[in-house]
Design a protein around this ligand. Structure first.
Ligand SMILES: Nc1nc2c(c(=O)[nH]1)N[C@H]1C(S)=C(S)[C@@H](COP(=O)(O)OP(=O)(O)OC[C@H]3O[C@@H](n4cnc5c(=O)[nH]c(N)nc54)[C@H](O)[C@@H]3O)O[C@H]1N2
Ligand SMILES: Nc1nc2c(c(=O)[nH]1)N[C@H]1C(S)=C(S)[C@@H](COP(=O)(O)OP(=O)(O)OC[C@H]3O[C@@H](n4cnc5c(=O)[nH]c(N)nc54)[C@H](O)[C@@H]3O)O[C@H]1N2
Ligand SMILES: [Mo]
Length: 769
C-alpha cells in the first residue's frame, strides 16, 4: 500500500510516496507556489552506484599508519571494513593525534551545508563530539559571504547577519519603493534554496507584486537572466568585479551635482568628508567621475549619470548580491553599496535604502526572522585557534605562518587530523589542484559521506552516513517560521548510519559517551529539541506538543515583528537615541578602526582596487574571458549532482558552460559541443551553451559538478566533468576578511576535438573487501 510522508530539504518541502519500504517518487506540495525541480530528482540518487555502502579505509593509510610524508590520497583503492574496525581506527587515531600533537592539531571546521534538520546537523554533531573530546581548530565565516560578514559590522554595526532583519522586505518594497538597482541581480534560480529548508517558495510571487506595483528594476550584472523576464529590468552588463567603480562613478555624479542627501550624511554617518576627498581625487589626482567609471566598467557615462539622477530623485533601494563580494577586494562593493544608499536619500525610508542578498535564498526579503529553534547543544570549544574558512589549503601547506585577519594576527596551526562531516571541500574550495596538494599534508583525513564524491575519494577513512531521507528529524529554515517534520522515508542504504550514532559510538569508545548523548536516544533528542523550542516561546501554547506536531507534520512559529535593533529608520529619525552598534554610532563611511589596521588592500573608506584577475588587466591578453562560477540552477552546490534534475542538464555528461555567441564564433565553438576551459592553473571539459544572456567576454560555469581529475593529485590535471574550481584562484579577498575570491578568475575556451574521456565522477574508487 502506498504511503505519503513529509520530506524537508534545503530546496523545499515535498511529499515522498513509498510502498513497502521503497521510495517511489517525491512530489511537490500543493501549497508551494514555486516548488523546486531538484526535489523530485532526488529519487534517482537515493541508492545509485555512487552510494557509500560500508565503512572504507584507504589502502595506503591502512598499510602505513600512522602515515608521515607523501601519499596517494585521492588516487588509492579502499578496503571495506566492519563498523567495529572502522570506529576503532578512528578512535585510536584521534587519541594518538591529541596526545602527540595537542587538541589544536584536529581540524573540525568542516564547512558545508549538509542537510536540513535540527538534530542531524552534521557540523553541530561533529563539533559537539570534538569539543567534548578536548577541542579542535575551528573555521570562521562562510564561503558564501566572508567579506560581507567581516566588513558590515564595521560599517553598520551589529551581528554580521543582522542586516537580514534591517533591510526592507519585498512587500515593503512593493509599497514604498520606485526603483531597485541590483548589483548582481536577483536570480530566482537561487531562491529555490533556503538554509534549513522552507515551507513555500515565495520570492517569485513577491517579485511579481513589486512589478505590479510599478517598481522599476535595474540589473547590473554580466548575465541578463540574473533578473526574471517578468520584471522587465533594464540590463546593464558590467565588467565582472568592477561594481565598486560603477558605484563610485554614480556617487561622484551625485556629489558634484549636489544631489546627495547631505542631511542624512551629516547626522547619521561619519567620515563622509574623507571619502568625498577620495571621490574628487584630491589625494591621487584621479576624480572617480562617471567617465572614469565608464572606462573601467563598460557601462557608459550617460547611463551612470542617469542612474545617479534616478537614485536620488526617486524612492530607491540599492541592493548587492553575494557573488559581488566573493571576489578579490570583495569587501569594497559591500561597503560602497551602503555608502551609495546613504547618499541617495532613501536610507531608512519605508521599502527603500539598502539591502543584501535578495533572492540569494528564499527567505531573504520574505521574512525578517523567526523565534529560535533548538539545535544540537553546542559545547564551548576548549581550543581557541581558528582559521578564516577559506584558508584551509594555506593552513595545511604553511603551518606556523602568520596572517592578518580583521585587525588581528593569526598563526596558522599545524593540522594533523582533518575531520570533515557535511561539506564537500573538493567541490567548494578554490584551486582544487592546490587543495589536492595541501591535502597530502595531514596524517589522517576522516570523512562522513553518503556518496563517493571527490572528498570521499580523497579521505583515509570514509564512514557511510544516512541521508536526510533516512532518519527522523524536523526543521525550520533560516528566517522561515514553518516547522516541518522529516520522518524517515527509507532505510539507510547499505550499512550507513546517522552522524549522531557514529559520534555516539566513538564518544563511548573514547570514554565520554554519556556526556555526548546525555543518555538520550535519537527519538528522545528529537522530542527534547522540539519541546525546548516550544518552552522558549513567549506563549508555548502557540505550538502543538510534539506528538500532535509529528502527526500533522507542520506547525507555525509565531511571527517576529520589529522594530529590530539597528534599524535605519530609527537612525534617520533620531541618531542620538538610536545609534548603531559601530564605534561612532553612525554608518561608517570612514572607519577609523579599519584605517588603523594600515592594510594596503583595505583602507579606511571604500575604494577601487584593481582585481588580481579581470578583463581590464594584463592577464586578459592571454586569458580573455572572465569566468563567472555562480550557483547552479539544477542542484544545491554539489548536492544531488547525481540527482535527476542535474543529470538531465548535462551536455554529453559534462557541466554546461554558457558563452556569448560572438565569443563562441571566434573560437569555432557550436552549441552543444564539448569544450576545454583552461588557464595556467588547470582545465576542465564542459558542454557549450550559446546565449546572448551572457555578455561578451564572460563565460558562466556553475559550481558543483563533482571534480573528476584525470590524474588526482597531479598539478593542473584535466577535469573531465566541469568543476570551475579546477580554474579559480585560492587567493584571499584581502587581509581584512581573508575570504574566498572565486569570482576573480580569467580563462580561455577552445574546441575539444579529441576523443571524449568517460566521466568517472560518479564511479566509486576500487573497493577491496
Ligand atoms: N567557484 C566557486 N566556488 C564556490 C562558490 C562559488 O560561487 N564559486 N560558492 C561557495 C559557496 S557560496 C558555498 S556555500 C560552498 C558550498 O559548499 P558545500 O556546502 O561544501 O557544498 P555541498 O555540495 O552542499 O556539500 C555538502 C556535502 O555534505 C553531504 N551531506 C549532506 N547531508 C549530510 C549529512 O547529514 N551528513 C554528512 N556527513 N554529510 C552530508 C553532501 O553529500 C555533500 O557532499 O561552495 C563555495 N564554492
Ligand atoms: N539553486 C541554487 N540556489 C542557491 C545555491 C545553489 O547551490 N543552488 N546556493 C545558495 C548559496 S550557499 C548562496 S551563498 C547563494 C549565493 O547567492 P549569489 O552569490 O548571489 O549567487 P550566484 O549565483 O553565485 O551569483 C549570482 C549572479 O551574480 C552575478 N555576478 C557574478 N560576479 C559578478 C560581479 O562581479 N558583478 C556583478 N554585478 N554581478 C556578478 C552572476 O551573473 C551570477 O549569476 O545562493 C544560494 N542559492
Ligand atoms: Mo553559500
Amino acid at each position: 500500500m502506498e504511503r505519503r510522508l513529509s520530506v524537508a530539504t534545503h530546496w523545499g518541502s515535498f511529499t515522498a510516496v513509498v510502498d513497502s519500504g521503497r521510495l517511489l517518487r517525491i512530489e511537490p506540495k500543493d501549497d508551494d507556489p514555486a516548488p523546486s525541480p531538484i526535489g523530485p530528482g532526488m529519487v534517482r540518487a537515493a541508492e545509485d552506484g555512487a552510494r557509500v555502502l560500508r565503512p572504507a579505509v584507504r589502502r595506503g593509510w591502512l598499510d602505513g599508519r600512522p602515515r608521515e610524508g607523501g601519499s596517494a590520497r585521492g588516487a588509492d583503492s579502499f578496503v571495506e571494513v566492519g563498523w567495529d574496525e572502522a570506529l576503532a581506527l578512528v578512535g585510536d587515531e584521534l587519541r594518538r593525534v591529541r596526545e602527540r600533537y595537542g587538541d589544536a592539531a584536529v581540524f573540525g571546521g568542516s564547512y558545508g551545508w549538509a542537510s536540513a534538520g535540527a538534530l542531524h546537523s552534521a557540523q553541530g554533531q561533529l563539533q559537539r563530539f570534538l569539543a567534548l573530546g578536548g577541542g579542535y581548530t575551528d573555521s570562521r565565516n562562510t564561503y558564501s559571504t566572508a567579506a560581507l560578514e567581516v566588513i558590515l559590522p564595521h560599517v553598520i554595526g551589529g551581528h554580521p547577519w543582522s542586516y537580514q532583519s534591517r533591510m526592507p522586505m519585498w512587500d515593503e518594497i512593493a509599497e514604498g519603493c520606485e526603483l531597485v538597482v541590483a548589483f548582481g541581480g536577483l536570480a530566482l534560480k537561487n531562491s529555490q534554496v533556503n538554509p534549513g529548508g522552507l515551507a513555500r517558495h515565495r520570492t517569485r510571487d513577491l517579485q511579481r507584486r513589486c512589478r505590479d506595483a510599478g517598481v522599476r528594476f535595474v540589473n547590473v550584472s554580466p548575465i541578463r537572466s540574473d533578473t526574471a523576464d517578468f520584471l522587465g529590468a533594464q540590463w546593464l552588463p558590467v565588467v565582472p568585479n568592477t561594481d565598486t567603480a560603477a558605484m563610485l562613478g554614480i556617487a561622484h555624479t551625485m556629489l558634484v551635482n549636489g544631489w546627495h542627501d547631505e542631511d542624512f550624511l551629516r547626522r547619521c554617518c561619519t567620515g563622509f568628508d574623507r571619502f568625498a576627498a577620495y571621490l574628487l581625487g584630491e589625494a591621487d589626482g584621479v576624480p572617480k567621475d562617471a567617465a572614469w567609471a565608464a572606462a573601467i566598467t563598460g557601462i557608459d557615462r550617460g547611463t551612470l549619470t542617469d542612474l545617479a539622477r534616478r537614485l536620488t530623485a526617486q524612492r530607491s533601494l540599492v541592493v548587492v548580491n553575494y557573488a559581488v563580494q566573493r571576489a578579490d577586494h570583495g569587501e569594497q562593493p559591500i561597503w560602497m553599496s551602503v555608502v551609495l544608499a546613504a547618499m541617495a536619500g532613501s536610507m531608512g525610508r519605508p521599502g527603500c535604502g539598502w539591502g543584501a542578498g535578495y533572492a540569494t535564498m528564499d527567505a531573504t526579503g520574505v521574512a525578517p526572522g523567526r523565534p529560535s529553534v533548538a539545535s544540537v547543544p553546542a559545547v564551548p570549544n576548549p581550543v581557541p585557534d581558528f582559521i578564516p574558512v577559506a584558508r584551509i589549503a594555506d593552513a595545511l601547506l604553511h603551518p606556523g605562518r602568520s596572517i592578518d585577519y580583521d585587525g588581528r594576527r593569526l598563526t596558522l596551526p599545524e593540522l594533523r587530523l582533518v575531520y570533515w562531516c557535511g561539506g564537500n571541500p573538493f567541490h567548494h574550495h578554490q584551486d582544487l589542484h592546490r587543495l589536492a596538494r595541501a591535502w597530502q599534508a595531514p596524517d589522517t583525513v576522516v570523512v562522513h559521506e553518503s556518496w563517493w564524491n571527490t572528498t570521499a575519494k580523497f579521505a583515509d577513512v570514509v564512514l557511510p552516513v544516512a541521508t536526510g531521507l533516512e532518519r527522523d528529524d524536523f526543521t525550520a529554515g533560516f528566517c522561515d517560521p514553518h516547522l516541518t517534520a522529516m520522518p524517515k522515508v527509507r532505510e539507510p542504504a547499505g550499512e550507513s548510519r546517522t552522524d549522531h550514532r557514529i559520534f555516539a559510538d566513538l564518544a563511548a569508545r573514547l570514554g565520554y559517551g554519556r556526556e555526548f548523548t546525555e543518555s538520550r536516544t535519537e527519538a528522545e533528542w528529537l522530542r527534547h529539541l522540539y519541546e525546548r523550542t516550544r518552552a522558549a516561546l513567549d506563549d508555548p501554547a502557540a505550538l502543538p506538543d510534539f506528538d500532535a506536531f509529528w502527526r500533522r507534520t507542520t506547525a507555525e512559529l509565531p511571527a517576529l515583528t520589529g522594530p529590530f535593533p539597528g534599524s535605519f529608520a530609527a537612525l534617520r529619525a533620531d541618531p542620538q537615541r538610536f545609534p548603531l552598534a559601530t564605534p561612532s554610532g553612525r554608518i561608517e563611511v570612514f572607519s577609523a578602526e579599519i584605517d588603523s589596521y594600515g592594510y594596503d588592500d583595505c583602507a579606511g573608506h571604500p575604494a577601487w582596487y584593481e582585481p588580481a584577475e579581470w578583463l581590464g588587466g594584463d592577464l586578459a591578453e592571454r586569458f580573455p574571458l572572465h569566468l563567472v562560477s555562480n550557483q547552479p540552477a539544477s542542484r544545491l552546490h554539489s548536492q544531488y549532482d547525481n540527482g535527476g534534475r542535474s543529470l538531465e542538464s548535462k551536455i554529453r555528461g559534462r557541466e554546461p558552460v554558457t558563452l556569448n555567441p560572438a565569443d563562441a564564433a571566434a573560437r569555432g565553438i557550436a552549441d552543444g559541443a564539448v569544450v576545454r576551459v583552461f588557464n595556467d592553473r588547470g582545465s576542465c571539459l564542459a558542454g557549450a551553451v550559446l546565449s546572448e544572456d551572457v555578455m561578451p567576454g564572460v563565460v558562466q560555469l556553475a559550481t558543483g559538478a563533482w571534480w573528476d581529475p584525470v590524474e588526482p593529485g597531479a598539478g593542473g590535471t584535466l577535469d573531465r566533468h566541469g568543476n570551475p574550481n579546477s580554474l579559480t584562484a585560492d587567493r584571499p579577498c584581502s587581509r581584512l576578511s581573508q575570504g574566498p575570491s572565486a569570482l576573480s578568475a580569467l580563462v580561455d575556451v577552445e574546441r575539444h576535438d579529441e576523443p571524449l574521456p568517460d566521466v568517472l565522477a560518479f564511479v566509486p574508487p576500487p573497493l577491496e573487501r
